[in-house]
Design a protein around this ligand. Sequence first.
Ligand SMILES: Cc1ncc(COP(=O)(O)O)c(C=O)c1O
Length: 411
Amino acid sequence: MNSFEHLESNVRYYCRRWPAVFTHSSGTSIWDEDGREYIDFFAGAGALSYGHNNPVFVELAVEHLRSGKLLHSLDTFTPEKRRFLDTINDVLLEPRHLDMVVQTVGPTGATAVEAALQLAQRLTGRRGVIGFTGGYHGMSYRAASISHSMSGRETSAHLGDFVALPYVEHLSEDDLELLETTLVAGIAGEPIGAIIVEPTQGEGGARPFDPAYLRALREVATRHGVLVIADEIQAGVGRTGPFFSFEGSGLDPDVICVSKSISGLGLPMALNLVRRSLDTWRPGEFTGTFRGNNLAFATSTAMLETYWRDEVLEKSTAEKGIVVRHALSELAEQFGAGQYSVRGNGLLCGLDVVDTARAAAISNGAFERGLIVECCGPGDTVVKILAPLVIDEATLNEGLSRLADAVAAAH
Ligand SMILES: Cc1ncc(COP(=O)(O)O)c(C=O)c1O
């Protein structure tokens, strides 16, 4: 029995899907102990949108590490944090007319979600939360309790004050009526304080909400005095094209949860953008030892400066998304007998093959062909494409060709 099987908890997961020992990575590739190269269409579950070991950020990080500058800083002042805050303001907030403040939290997405929920409860005095089918918000007890269960990853955390409304692909009158009646009724007698939505669902199967629903949701929430939390942990930081996946929809969130790719280099980092008028936290009311990762402030600033001062990346992500969806549509047509569907925006796309075992066979077959690709969605039937945004055309096409071979082999 090897060390992993003998010593690591049974909870281990991705290593079962990809049973190799990975040693190196660069850009859009990973290598294993035997020197085999894999194209990465998973990108650290969305934490590596800017590629593995992006040289710009690696250089900066090495210089930072050698310089004696702070690494661990909690929420004390540092020059790196000042520059990070100023850059967020210049590059993200002001151009989008977002009057928000930055709340750094412990380094996981789930912690950002926890903070957002606690703020909503504190402001409204109400515990009830509305989410959506297929929603995923993390594995801390509270975040798991508001995540809609997905096959194979059922959570035991049910606090009884959460309801999942159906995901809305195309807005209908019924959807709005259900939202209104749920807000009026509450959940098991518990009034609603927050609605949490991934404007484009990640784990739920690369599913964008109808923008008209997101717009209406804001209006209804305001009327009921309920906070709107946009969980942009997977779909944000450029994954769907724009920096935030809700851009252009008319959604105006009270809190935006950001994590995964925000450091640019895959360093653990999470934060919330909080509407200034709602930032009623008392000093130290929500703390965390590992909030304020000073190295991540530096690399995140570089990521924002490098990729978000112009629209080059946003446009190229949209174009690559079209290439991916076109390739997936061809596969759906060739193999799906009218049953398969393609969804997503930018480089958060998926092919729903309807059948759990077939989706797993495609992911396994892709791995055998040197491609890392994961399944998601209710029933894990969606083969999800989450390639790094910085992938070049040739590698993208090579990855899609390996995927096509895996799909063919699974039929
Ligand atoms: C939309 C969304 N929210 C929250 C999380 C939780 O983030 P973390 O795993 O860093 O706690 C995830 C993780 O996949 C996610 O996709």
